[in-house]
Design a protein around this ligand. Structure first.
Ligand SMILES: CC(C)(COP(=O)(O)OP(=O)(O)OC[C@H]1O[C@@H](n2cnc3c(N)ncnc32)[C@H](O)[C@@H]1OP(=O)(O)O)[C@@H](O)C(=O)NCCC(=O)NCCS
Length: 161
């Protein structure tokens, strides 16, 4: 498995579009708001505009999963989306995607990375706990998301251009 930045090539775009198509056809779609499943939102925003950090995981040259973080606050990255294709699960891909994004955020000077997870998304909750994220049990938003966060201890502050 290789993890690298999303490179805006046709292959990367088609790979992510195929994973979104898989998501939309699955029961897991219930976990996500409409805009997180909508290809157009990715084409016009998450995959093209500044302020989003995108990584893909490749297996045999195919996009097996992806992760997108956003510049959220001056010192914080928010995890927007993480998806691993059904044929590629339970191989540690999501764990690695999270680890690499976390290390990059730290290297860029962010002090914190956060994510919101549906309370019934047990895989994701376990993944976050395994990745050393802290569950902020007093923060449930709006009433069906858990907040998770991880402090990035070596952050030196960050100012977006
Ligand atoms: C959640 C998801 C990203 C996990 O991807 P993955 O590559 O299969 O996960 P990994 O192989 O890296 O698993 C790492 C850890 O996550 C947890 N985990 C992953 N899948 C799990 C499952 N089906 N049941 C229980 N725990 C699970 C485990 O703690 C696992 O560690 P372990 O293998 O030592 O038990 C994937 O199932 C997915 O894309 N789901 C749909 C989209 C989604 O819910 N995204 C997250 C939104 S916040």
């Amino acid at each position: 498995m290789t993890i690298r930045a999303y490179n805006k090539s046709e292959t990367d775009l088609a790979g992510i579009m195929a994973l979104l198509e898989e998501l939309r056809g699955s029961k897991e779609a219930e976990r996500f708001s409409f805009y997180l499943q909508d290809s157009n939102t990715y084409k016009t925003s998450y995959l093209t505009t500044k302020g989003f950090y995108r990584l893909v995981a490749l297996v045999d040259g195919k996009v097996a999963g992806f992760i997108i973080g956003e510049h959220y606050l001056n010192d914080t990255v928010n995890l927007v989306m993480l998806y691993v294709g059904k044929d590629y699960r339970k191989q540690g891909i999501a764990f690695e995607l999270k680890k690499v994004l976390t290390h990059l955020a730290q290297a860029w000077g962010y002090k914190k990375i956060v994510s919101q997870v549906r309370m019934n998304n047990l895989e994701s909750i376990k993944l976050n706990l395994k990745s050393g994220w802290h569950q902020e049990i007093d923060k449930v938003y709006p009433d069906y998301y858990y907040w998770f966060s991880k402090e990035l201890t070596d952050g030196t502050g960050f100012s977006p251009e």
